[in-house]
Structure formats: structure tokens, C-alpha cells
Design a binder for this molecule. Sequence first.
Ligand code: SAM
Length: 232
Amino acid sequence: MEDTTKLNTSKLGTKEYWDNFYSVEKQNFEENSEDTGECWFADSDAEEKMVEFLLDNLGEYKIQDNCSMIDLGTGNGHLLFSLLEEGFKGALLGVDYSEKSVEFATEILDNKYSESENVKFVAADIFSEQWTPGEFDVVLDKGTLDAIALSGITFQDNKTVVDVYPKVIEKILGQNGVLLITSCNFTEDELIKIIETDSLKKWKSINYPVFEFGGMKGATICSVAFVKTSTK
Ligand SMILES: C[S@@+](CC[C@H](N)C(=O)[O-])C[C@H]1O[C@@H](n2cnc3c(N)ncnc32)[C@H](O)[C@@H]1O
């Protein structure tokens, strides 16, 4: 059977594409401070649903209003700003390999949330072995694994970025920490196949409206939460 977790490469998998993308968004923001950039999966209210999920599950595993969170491939940082507005007051770190993204998100932070000392943006490639940001209570990914999967990059032993992704999560997620990931390229079953390991287990998922076409049923995106259950 075809391995549907393997995607073709695309320009969305290149750093150059994202550098150009955030340069334009940054320029737009400088011209109009109301324009804080594109909110990925806004049609499906993904950001609202991810924030709501964390609010609904306060007290479960490591989810607290003061827990530490990292947003992988943070882009314009919108998800972290929403969490901030909803009262999450722990350390919120946005990481992105595009320096332009980090400059843009930091500019929004300085302009609109200058009192918020708990939010920070840093530039880093999450696959770099030198990248050691410590452990977090919650790891967030909105569309980043999707983009990463399109890069076609491979590592030692021909491992793809998708193969290595769970290792990155295991490295930065503390015991009983939660990964909440939203994807449009992978189904819930595919995400489980990619991410589950001895220590990372699927916990819950978010419901989205289901469409039906030609007798087939499906949702356009999915969000799945995984828990790190052991330190193995
Ligand atoms: C589809 S965008 C999603 C942006 C943001 N999460 C959102 O929801 O708006 C994917 C993001 O992942 C970032 N990215 C891709 N590969 C990365 C890597 N290896 N390390 C860090 N960031 C990466 C890109 O620069 C881009 O900002």
C-alpha cells in the first residue's frame, strides 16, 4: 500500500520562500499596524480551536495557565499572541528558522504587547543538533510539520524530516507534557503513525466539521494532542 505520509517537495518547504513571505508581511505591518499577517488555517478556526482546547484542558497533564509553551515554526507569532490574550502567563517561546519571521513577530510583540516579558521569539532550525532550547510543558505546531514535510530534506540513514520529527518532540517535551499539532497535509491516522513512539502517545483530538464528497467523508484539517508518558 502507498505510504501516504510521504509528500512531494514544494517551494513551501524552502527557507527562501518563508524569508520572502515574512519580509512582505513585515513590510505590510510597517505600513498598516492592523495587518499582523496571515493566520494559517483561519478558515477552519484552527487557532481558536487550539487555544480553546488548552483552556478546556487546564489542569490535565502539564497544561496550566502558567505552563511553558513553545510554538514550532511560529511565523508571525499569532498563536502565541492569542494565548497571551486568553490569559496564559507562562514562558511562551516562538521558534522559526526564518530570521524574517522572528523579526516580524518581535516587531508585533514590541508594538502591541510591549508589557509582555514572558514572550520571546528566536531563530533556529528545529532539526539542528545544536538547538537545545530545554524542555517545555506544551509544544505547539500549526502547519509547520506540513511545511517541513515538503522540504524533501533527508538526514543520516536516509531518514526524512518527517521520520526525525518525533525525536525533536521527545527532546523538547517534558514528562507529562503535551504536543498539540494541527495539520492539513496529514490525516489524524497519519499523524499518529508519524508521531507515536514508546513515549509519545495520542491523547485527544479536536473536532472539525466533516465534509462528504462522492461517498467519502473527511475533515479538511485535523488537530491531535499527544502526551509524553515516559522518559524512555
Ligand atoms: C505553514 S507556516 C506556519 C506558520 C505558523 N505556525 C502559523 O500557523 O501561521 C510554516 C512555518 O514553519 C517554519 N519552518 C519550516 N521549517 C522549519 C524548521 N526546520 N525549523 C523552524 N521553523 C521552520 C517556516 O518558516 C514557517 O514559518
